[in-house]
Write a protein of this length. Structure first.
Length: 520
């Protein structure tokens, strides 16, 4: 991808030599008659991040970006014209029964040794990047009471325990009126269970329930085989509101008393030097634009490759945002088992969308289109750039805990909050989120590093964006340079040496469970 240093001249970025469209770089777009360095003349006013035809494209001819077909021309497109959504006929998704499997598995890169971060070691072998008290709920009914208790814990108890970063309420809308025997009901149940096991909570489980809900506390703390998987159950860990005999005041007092016992244990924890292999990085994009696949996402991909070389775990997600690039991903599956698991998750989601009488094209939002993304095919090709060039070593089903190291695909819906919640359940202890349009997204359980795809956004939101990847488009740095910058930033944030803007402002979105099962 050739880059040009910043100038006031009309500029575009062409990702692949086979591309017959490119993306406009200039902040204000270009005017009709603007002439690019190669002599191409703009026929229309073309906004920033939108596509310009690099040559005449005949009606029915393939339109290529990233070296891949993103559609066919609905009409003849002259060189220099603005290529819009209405100009393209979107191709169908790759057929799952004829995907290449394990045909382009990258060789293992040389290991990166000696990189460490300061983290909190857990009894189950995982490592926390923050030291949090998490209070899990079994039903939405208790949310108001618990949030009141959390405010008092934060104000009255937390100052006594300076080594504890915060207290977090793991609230959700599940637990009542649910059909546990319905297909898909296991997804939210195991999600709640694995959220309580997130490495940043240190195994100090505390559950607040109502008493009459369908989701019972035992399902939160134990697997079906009865194992507790590293949770500390020595102290009292459960309080049901219906067990209170003296009203709201007693509820708050009992929650606070149980919380203080856990805070005492958490306060004894100290950061320890841990190998970079203890990181579990979740990668996501939201408010995406056409620069996502040019700047931020490729830089995340390069940094992901570095982490994989250091022995860490990295996860990319969002089924509908990779579905149209599956022919590229299945070829990178490390073995047949991984390829089959990728295909299985894609097939399950295809059928899920069919039941809802929806399709993959519903994914591309109005904001995505304003940002220059014409369809889900183009969006998917940019989204998968986060996965870098490593072999895909495993697949994590929705709500499951990640197993193994290396690059994993965590199967989630594309909605930001649902995806983040499922990555937390998978064991994520650090999160990176790329955005072109802008979003104040954050999570309470892990640090969220926000990366802008455009410098203009980073300049408008200097106290929300942590890293400006727009520098790649203007030639101020390369994908490789920013990838290394991100790699070191990850280690600093994981160690607590740096705080993200989302942490500074306490910008925390609600947990959002994925529940494909019916309500009763």
């Amino acid at each position: 991808m050739p880059l040009t240093r910043f100038t006031d001249l009309p500029r575009y970025v062409r990702v692949h030599e086979a591309d017959n469209v490119a993306v406009i770089v200039n902040d204000g777009g270009v005017s009709p008659g603007a002439v690019f360095d190669d002599g191409l003349r703009a026929r229309d006013a073309i906004p920033q991040s939108h596509k310009v035809a690099l040559q005449t494209i005949a009606e029915g001819e393939a339109v290529r970006r990233y070296g891949q077909v993103i559609g066919t021309a609905r009409r003849a497109l002259a060189a220099g014209s603005w290529v819009k959504e209405a100009d393209l006929v979107m191709p169908g998704p790759p057929a799952l029964d004829s995907l290449p499997r394990c045909t382009d598995v990258p060789p293992a890169a040389p290991p990166l040794e000696g990189y460490t971060f300061e983290g909190y070691r857990n009894a189950d072998g995982s490592v926390g990047t923050r030291n949090l008290l998490g209070i899990t709920t079994t039903v939405q009914c208790v949310k108001g009471v618990l949030e009141h208790a959390v405010q008092k814990i934060r104000a009255e108890l937390l100052p006594r325990y300076p080594n504890v970063d915060d207290v977090v309420a793991l609230t959700h809308d599940f637990g009542c009126g649910v059909a546990f025997d319905a297909p898909g009901a296991d997804i939210p149940i195991r999600t709640v269970r694995n959220l309580a096991r997130n490495p940043n909570l240190g195994g100090q489980v505390l559950v607040v329930g109502l008493g009459c809900e369908m989701l019972q506390p035992g399902q939160v703390v134990a697997e079906r085989d009865g194992g507790d998987h590293g949770l500390d159950l020595e102290e009292p860990w459960l309080f049901r509101l219906q067990d209170s005999h003296h009203g709201f005041g007693e509820m708050i007092e009992r929650i606070m008393a149980m919380a203080e016992r856990r805070l005492h244990k958490l306060n004894q924890r100290r950061r320890d030097t841990c190998p970079a292999s203890g990181l579990v990085l979740g990668m996501q994009c939201g408010g995406s634009d056409a620069f996502s696949g040019i700047t931020a996402n490729p830089a995340l991909g390069f940094a992901s490759d570095l982490l994989v070389r250091a022995g860490a775990t990295t996860m990319f997600s969002e089924v509908t945002e990779v579905r149209d690039a599956m022919h590229l991903l299945s070829a990178r599956a490390e073995n047949e088992e991984v390829a089959q698991a990728l295909i299985r998750e894609m097939d399950w989601y295809d059928r899920y969308l069919e039941r809802g009488r929806s399709d993959r094209s519903a994914n591309t939002s109005p904001g995505n289109k304003v940002g220059g993304l014409s369809n889900i095919v183009e969006k998917a090709l940019g989204a998968t750039a986060k996965s870098g060039h490593s072999a895909i070593r495993g697949v994590v089903g929705p709500g499951e805990r990640a197993q193994g190291k290396g690059l994993l695909f965590c199967a989630t819906p594309a909605g930001d909050f649902v995806c983040g919640t499922l990555q937390l359940a998978a064991g994520m202890n650090l999160h990176v989120f790329t955005t072109g349009r802008g979003t104040p997204y954050g999570l309470a359980m892990v640090p969220v590093i926000k990366v802008s795809t455009r410098t203009e956004l980073a300049q408008r939101w200097p106290d929300l964006i942590d890293i400006d990847a727009g520098r790649i488009a203007t030639g101020e740095c390369t994908v490789e340079q920013l990838g290394w910058e991100l790699f070191h930033y990850y280690l600093d944030v994981a160690s607590g040496r740096k705080k993200t803007w989302a942490e500074v402002h306490r910008l925390h979105n609600d947990l959002a469970l994925f529940n494909p099962a019916p309500l009763t």
